[in-house]
Design a protein around this ligand. Structure first.
Ligand code: ZN
Ligand code: FE
Length: 259
């Protein structure tokens, strides 16, 4: 049975995800509640009970609502061991498995440093909740980590089964795809995906979730081994690039200044 996940929009482009218990869909886990207000509203409107909070990394747009939620719901809060985040009572490291108490939900922790140093992703039920690491068509900015760390994190996510649904924390897809088309203009799958995403956004729909299989076909940050991406990065940098990490660093830097 496919995992039921509800989208809550927050701030200008954040998604807060509600994961419904596989045994009782009125019980939900919230991922990265940066703002409590829309979460409390959705819980009340849909008659849902909060049973746990999952945190991917320490940025305020991902943790800002936790305290307010805890004032109303006494629930466990899971989060990265390697970041200082108040309210977390279960600290998670790579490879750990968590069972959400009194539910059918369980997840494996994947450490994905790069955007922040302690960033983790939650994988389970053919879905991955990856915060600001992998976006559709892009990846998070390297605020704390190195290109080598982020490349290794991308590799971890790329190894998940292709059908895995990718629930990232921001609707950045169309702007990511504008850059992706500049770096990878001959990629027909990318062109097709851009058209499909534009239609979704025109209809007011989220482009998320994506899948690992889709991202492998269209996301330049997962395609640093491809000759086309390497050539584009080299012509941008005006010198040869030896390793995948160098290609990754070049396109990340290119995207940071892409208008
Ligand atoms: Zn962030
Ligand atoms: Fe964020």
């Amino acid at each position: 049975m496919a995992l039921k996940v509800t989208t809550i929009e927050a701030f200008s482009d954040n998604y807060i995800w509600l994961i419904h218990d596989t045994e009782n869909p009125t019980r939900v886990v919230v991922v990265d509640p940066g703002d409590a207000t829309p979460v409390l509203k959705t819980l009340a409107e849909q008659g849902l009970e909060l049973i746990a909070v999952l945190i991917t990394h320490h940025h305020p747009d991902h943790v800002g609502g936790v305290e307010t939620l805890l004032a109303k719901y006494e629930v466990p809060v899971f989060g990265p061991a390697n970041e200082q985040i108040p309210c977390i009572n279960y600290t998670m490291v790579h490879g750990q498995r968590i069972q959400i108490p009194d539910s059918g939900l369980n997840f494996e922790i994947i450490e994905v440093p790069g955007h922040t140093l302690g960033h983790i992703a939650y994988y389970g039920h053919d879905a991955v909740f990856c915060g600001d690491t992998l976006f559709s068509g892009g990846c998070g900015r390297l605020f704390e980590g190195t290109p080598a760390q982020m490349t290794a994190s991308m590799d971890e996510l790329a190894e998940l089964p292709p059908e895995t649904a990718v629930y990232c924390a921001h609707e950045y897809t169309l702007s990511n795809l504008r850059f992706a088309l500049a770096a990878d203009p001959d990629n027909q799958a990318l062109r097709d995906y851009q058209r499909a995403c534009q239609l979704l956004r025109d209809a007011g729909q989220p482009t998320i979730p994506s899948t690992i299989g889709t991202e492998l076909a269209i996301n330049p940050f997962l395609r640093c081994h491809e000759t086309d991406i390497k050539r584009a990065a080299e012509s941008r940098m005006e010198h040869p690039l030896e390793t995948r990490e160098e290609v990754f660093a070049a396109i990340r830097q290119w995207k940071d200044s892409f208008a």
